[in-house]
Ligand binder design. Structure first.
Ligand code: GLP
Length: 244
């Protein structure tokens, strides 16, 4: 779906999220959301905060799982995805922080596999993700599933692509300060969501969007795997869609 601009697109996505939350709430159920970081979803989070405040919509029945976190990373560090989520969403809504899950960037490396299995298990035991929102990296990564990621991959420790670290260098004051690794949900984890919305804005994303939507399905561009799912929608602004 191509929208005229980013604001309209972000509002539409936010409304779909709150509609889901309200529908679940009516049935006395939790909405299980997969959340993303990066510049792309910030407008959606702003709109969710506005809806919460102005329309009194509660997030008490939301359980969230974030896609990824840098490794190593302290949650209190300004560059952590924990800080990002608090700043852009969690600090401004009434979600119960006990219902928030973000991969733990402080674990000893040998504890990571067990943590990742547990992350997957928690999602499965709750009945799976109702909705996963995604951005896309210029390498074609979703979450931090870089080129080479397998379609059935699960939550795991990965090595970041050089281009991804370059793109993150602004946040860290230089590429040399960007962690070389991250913990990310896998392609397989993302695929199990009942609904997936990938968002992209700006001309900067146009060429990777063309590859993701029209290119050959290949581990070279992990987002191409989304072509295999019936439950995916790409939500784009005109600039991101300009090469399609
Ligand atoms: C990071 C995140 C991804 C995100 C990507 C794009 O690598 N781990 O989940 O999609 O950046 O970021 P942006 O939205 O800032 O372009």
């Amino acid at each position: 779906t191509v929208y005229q601009n980013t604001d309209i697109a972000s509002r539409k996505v936010a409304r779909r999220i709150t509609d889901l939350i309200q529908k679940k709430s009516k049935n006395g159920e939790y909405a299980i959301l997969g959340l993303a970081t990066g510049v792309t979803p910030i407008g959606v989070y702003k709109e969710l905060v506005r809806i919460h405040k102005e329309e009194n919509i509660s997030f008490k029945n939301v359980i969230s799982f974030n896609l990824d976190e840098y490794y190593p990373m302290k949650p209190t560090s300004p560059q952590s995805y924990v800080s990002f989520m608090k700043e852009n969403l969690f600090d401004h809504i009434d979600i119960d922080m006990a219902n928030v899950h973000i991969p733990d960037g402080t674990l000893d490396i040998e504890k990571i596999p067990a943590f990742c299995l547990e992350y997957e298990k928690k999602i499965t035991e709750l009945g799976g993700l109702d909705l996963q929102i995604l951005g896309i990296g210029r390498t074609g990564h979703i979450g931090f599933n870089e080129p080479g990621s397998a379609p059935n991959s699960g939550t795991r420790l990965v090595t970041l692509d050089d281009l991804t670290r370059r793109d993150a260098s602004r946040d860290f004051g230089g590429k040399e300060n960007v962690p070389t690794k991250a913990i990310t949900m896998g392609i397989g984890t993302i695929f199990k969501a009942r609904e997936i919305i990938l968002m992209a804005w700006n001309r900067k994303k146009a060429s990777i969007i063309k590859k993701a939507v029209e290119g050959e399905i290949s581990s070279d561009v992990p987002a191409t795997y989304l072509q295999l799912s019936e439950n995916v929608e790409f939500v784009l602004d005109q600039d991101a869609a300009s090469e399609l």
